[in-house]
Design a protein around this ligand. Structure first.
Ligand SMILES: Nc1ncnc2c1ncn2[C@@H]1O[C@H](COP(=O)(O)OP(=O)(O)OP(=O)(O)O)[C@@H](O)[C@H]1O
Ligand SMILES: [Mg+2]
Length: 297
């Protein structure tokens, strides 16, 4: 296992799937309304250990709402969301806290603590949920910051770093407790294409190294093609397409065609594999040294 895994520190053991069997994430027939607005109208899917699911859809279609339901920040009106076999909608406060320790999440807005430094932000979940000493927390935080190329910025405040850097710090913090489920809300939006691609590859590497089940909300079809095993397209509260990139790209459904065309027009997705054809030197597996990613050379 690479350096992306944390010390367990009494967090208990688990098998490669992170639990006793079955998919780590099972969402069944979830509906969610806000007042008279029906946002989700019966959404069902599951995610296996080691699988990355990309959730796509137009703005305002309920993608962030879906992630918030998955971490128990909001409750659905009906349906269930099972995380490692436990319906998150039925958990008491303490059980919910326990379940969340196995989940890393990166909010759409980064959501760093303004009054803490970058390093303290990453240390925060370690201080709260593990028995690590402060120096162990610092060491771990530095490793995580190195993972996302932010090791030189640990002493800065969130207001002193760019939006993309905040996203990377949020990602480091999401990884702090060595989760086996990761939920990302737009991890690459607002980033330059090279950083976006590197984040995409980092997600892919995590999947390979850690057997993490990831749900990644994104508008970026191009990125989704790189890191996702399966894509799910939401429209008007329902899943309108699900499958591989090629499945969606060959759909006859008018909405799916329009959505996929958008990505093709923006990123040249008509070509066989645009990512591998980039002139930029690819971020290769061999840039892991001793299991640690070197963001920059
Ligand atoms: N707490 C809330 N109260 C009322 N309405 C809400 C709440 N949260 C979300 N909504 C509504 O639910 C709908 C879906 O919102 P959501 O944030 O999930 O969209 P999204 O698909 O993530 O869009 P984007 O791609 O722009 O991030 C929106 O119409 C939003 O206004
Ligand atoms: Mg959103």
């Amino acid at each position: 296992m690479g350096n992306l895994g944390a010390d367990r520190n009494g967090n208990g053991s688990r098998n490669a799937d992170g639990h006793d069997g079955g998919p780590p994430v099972v969402v069944r027939d979830v509906t969610k309304n806000f007042g008279s607005q029906e946002v989700l109208k019966g959404v069902s899917f599951q995610v296996e250990g080691g699988e990355t699911l990309a959730v796509l859809g137009r703005s305002g279609t309920g993608k962030s709402v879906l992630l918030k339901l998955m971490i128990g920040l909001n409750k659905p009106d009906s349906g269930s969301l099972e995380i490692h076999g436990q319906d998150i909608t039925r958990l008491e406060r303490r059980e919910l806290d326990e379940a969340r320790k196995k989940m890393g999440f990166l909010f759409q807005q980064g959501a760093l603590y303004d009054s803490l430094t970058v390093e303290q932000n990453v240390m925060f979940p370690l201080g709260r949920h593990t028995r690590m000493t402060e120096s162990e927390q610092k060491k771990r935080a530095r490793e995580l910051l190195q993972t996302v190329g932010m090791e030189k910025d640990g002493d800065k405040m969130p207001s002193q770093i760019s939006g993309g850097m905040q996203k990377r710090v949020g990602l480091a913090r999401a990884l702090a407790l060595d989760p086996d489920i990761l939920l990302f809300d737009e991890p690459t939006s607002g980033l330059d294409p090279i950083t976006a691609e590197e984040i995409g590859r980092l997600i892919d590497d995590l999947k390979q190294q850690r057997h993490i089940a990831s749900v990644v909300v994104t508008h970026d079809i191009h990125q989704a093609r790189v890191f996702a095993d399966r894509l799910l397209l939401l429209n008007e509260g329902r899943i309108v397409a699900e499958g591989s990139f090629d499945d969606l790209a060959s759909s006859e459904d008018e909405f799916v065609k329009r959505f996929m065309k958008q990505g093709r027009d923006q990123k040249g997705l008509g070509r066989r594999d645009p990512v591998r054809r980039t002139n930029r030197r690819p971020l290769c597996r061999n840039r892991f040294r001793n299991g640690r990613r070197a963001w920059r050379d």
